[in-house]
Design a protein around this ligand. Structure first.
Ligand code: DX5
Ligand code: ZN
Length: 235
């Protein structure tokens, strides 16, 4: 059964990326988070759009069956339209594909929504916001990559802060309730920077899973997020 995230509140959502978890012992890695997160971010890589191959819908399905939290699936694959049905059936709550890999993104967004999932588009750092400007009505989330897609543990590209700010302004001006997710190089050190710029969904992989105590780190992230949500009048 699909699990739903608290989409309509303005509360910032924490999405730990299992890319940096111990994939040979995933159940325990996820359990170590002590439920201190909102959605589990699953990075699906095909070895073609990006160099690595990670995992497919079968593994996502098994994870979904084991945990109570919703899954946020980030497709870094060519021909994403061929994968939609598989990942919806696997239990994804939200499904995001790359604008750069899609010829007809409006059609793909509509299909994802018609299957009962939140639909999102991801933009790599060099891709302009203009590429999704006329798609906002069809989107539930916009994912801004704050590193080049492909690997965990990279350094946040500081020039993305301005892009986050512009994306927030574009979304607010549109009037559509599109969540703004950031992904890549995010730790508690730059959490304030991305949230103040307008992000309201935060992915973090290595900063959480490679911490001495991932559960404590995720809890500290959430506590910082609540403070920032209050500062930004979101809760
Ligand atoms: C990178 C992935 C990210 C990655 C983030 O292509 O999309 O989700 O796991 O990892 P960190 O937080 O280590 O940059
Ligand atoms: Zn990701």
């Amino acid at each position: 059964m699909k699990k739903y995230a608290d989409w309509t509140s303005r509360k910032t959502l924490l999405c730990p990326s299992i890319l940096s978890a111990d994939l040979s012992d995933l159940s325990n890695s996820i359990a170590a988070l002590n439920d201190n997160y909102d959605m589990l971010h699953c990075d699906v890589m095909d070895g073609s759009y990006v160099p690595l191959i990670t995992f497919g819908s079968q593994m996502v399905k098994q994870v979904s069956e084991k945990i109570d939290k919703p899954l946020d699936v980030h497709l870094m694959v060519k021909n994403p339209e061929k994968q939609i049905r598989n990942f919806v059936d696997a239990g994804a709550c939200s499904l995001v594909f790359h604008r750069e890999m899609s010829f007809h993104p409006q059609r793909v967004l509509s299909e994802i929504r018609s299957l009962g999932c939140f639909a999102g588009i991801s933009l790599s750092p060099a891709t302009p916001l203009e590429d999704v400007k006329y798609l906002l009505a069809d989107m539930d989330m916009l994912l801004l990559m704050t590193v080049n897609p492909g690997f965990g543990g990279q350094v946040y590209l500081s020039q993305m802060t301005e892009k986050i700010r512009s994306a927030r302004a574009m979304i607010d001006a549109s009037g559509y309730p599109v969540r703004l997710q950031v992904d890549g190089g995010i730790s508690r050190n730059n959490l304030g920077e991305v949230m103040r710029a307008g992000a309201d969904m935060v992915v973090s992989g290595s900063a959480i899973f490679l911490a001495d105590d991932p559960g404590m780190e995720a809890g500290a992230f959430q506590s910082d997020m609540r403070d920032l949500d209050r500062e930004l009048n979101r809760v």
